[in-house]
Ligand binder design. Sequence first.
Ligand code: FES
Length: 119
Amino acid sequence: MSDFDEKALCHIDDIDEGATKGFLENAAGHDLFFVVKKDGQLFAWRNACPHVNGAPMAWRKDAYMDAKKQHVACHAHGALFEPTTGLCIQGPCLGKALEKIPIHISQAGVVSIQVTNVN
Ligand code: FES
């Protein structure tokens, strides 16, 4: 695999507004990162809470949002994050931020990632 390999993840329409989808599940069953759609735009964040040394955040597969679908939530201790900036706005890691993962969206709407970006 070269340093520039891209991996197709999904189509932009595969993620509903206010929803999230996780990708690249590890052996423990946790996604390496997830994508959230907010106001029609996609944002990708590493599935690693800044509160406890990279703890996984979803309470089940693809469930990264709070009940109101307004904020990304860490379900371990209830931290809330802005879906567009990754900034924690409530909870034990207030002021810290999620790690952004660069993604690419083609003109055809295919969402992809450079594999080297998540290694
Ligand atoms: S591990 Fe995420 S809020 Fe504690």
